[in-house]
Design a protein around this ligand. Structure first.
Ligand code: NAP
Length: 283
């Protein structure tokens, strides 16, 4: 196996869910605007992974990026999370389903490897099951064969992660979770991640936390706080805060101006007291 070039883990990830026919154009636009992380899934119900591949192809043609310049992440999704458009034979074993789903992803994305391969969600909301252990082992094999550099799990609880650790399973490089402010921005899972050097990817930072976006504390921080003394938006404050507490944020915006604003949040530095206050603003 020749050594693979390393696409570094980015500081922002562009999410491609729910874009349907706009997926190719929005994927290309995100790369044009400066995103260097793209998240998708081989789950046609919510993602159009082949459309992401079309967007990447357009970006290569336009000379925006080469494959080595950005981080590409996709996911394996169990059948209950899918509709009828399955990327594998549902009668095959879970190990075979993982291999088939990965082969289909690489085909959709026209690449020989992704940078991160994520288990979209465990098979049970409560426990890390034998099915998850089988899928995780199959994902490890995909990694060892060079088809992904890193592995992740999504939609996990602290209990899932503790059970993985107790079973002496290899821990993921990434956790990707919906991040609720009312749960201290997923404090318990983030703390496990910090302890085990797992990168925490947070999604729905804006959509799950509307009450925080309208909180007076956030409003007070938007004033003259961005580089060059322009005012920040509440969304920028939230993304900047997220980064300050070690979250690698995702955004799924479909709007070019918001893409620009979301990326510009990297230039916003909040005072430590503000970060502390936002961390416990709702939970
Ligand atoms: N693992 C999982 O199960 C899972 C689940 C959900 C999502 N995800 C991933 O996470 C990605 C992002 O999902 P998400 O839930 O965070 O986002 P999202 O649902 O795609 O929506 C982001 C929302 O925030 C708005 N927004 C973004 N930037 C803004 C700004 N600067 N100012 C004002 N509004 C702004 C967007 O509106 P505009 O479009 O108008 O900007 C949109 O309404 C998905 O695409 C997917 O890749 C993963």
């Amino acid at each position: 196996m020749p050594p693979q070039p390393l696409s570094p883990v980015p500081d922002f990830i562009y999410g491609t869910a729910w874009k349907e026919d706009r997926t190719p154009a929005l994927t290309e636009l995100a790369l044009r605007m400066g995103f260097r992380g793209i998240d998708t899934a081989n789950q046609r119900r919510h993602y159009f992974e082949a459309g992401v591949g079309q967007g990447l192809a357009a970006a290569y043609r336009a000379g925006l990026v080469t494959r080595d310049d950005f981080f590409l992440q996709t996911k394996f999704t169990y059948q209950p999370g899918q509709d009828h458009r399955l990327p594998y034979d549902p009668t095959a074993s879970l190990s075979v389903q993982v291999a088939q789903s990965m082969a289909s992803s690489l085909d959709h994305l026209a690449t020989d490897h992704v940078d991160s391969y994520v288990l979209h969600g465990p098979s049970s909301n409560h426990d890390w099951t034998d099915a998850d252990a089988e899928v995780w082992e199959a994902m490890r094999k995909e990694r060892d064969a060079g088809r992904t550099r890193l592995l992740g799990v999504s939609n996990v609880s602290l209990r899932h992660l503790q059970q993985m650790a107790a079973a002496r399973a290899e821990l993921p490089a990434f956790v990707q979770n919906r991040c609720y402010a009312r749960l201290g921005w997923d404090r318990a899972v983030r703390s496990f991640c910090r302890e085990h050097k797992i990168i925490y990817q947070g999604f729905s930072l804006l959509t799950a936390n509307q009450e925080v976006l309208h909180h007076p504390l956030i409003a007070s921080l938007t004033i003259a706080s961005l580089a060059a003394s322009t005012n920040a938006t509440p969304a920028q404050v939230v993304f900047s805060f997220a980064r300050s507490i070690g979250i690698l944020p995702l955004t799924g915006t479909s709007n070019a101006e918001h893409m620009k604003q979301d990326l510009a949040s990297r230039q916003l530095t909040l005072p430590p007291e503000a970060v502390q206050a936002i961390e416990s603003v709702a939970g």
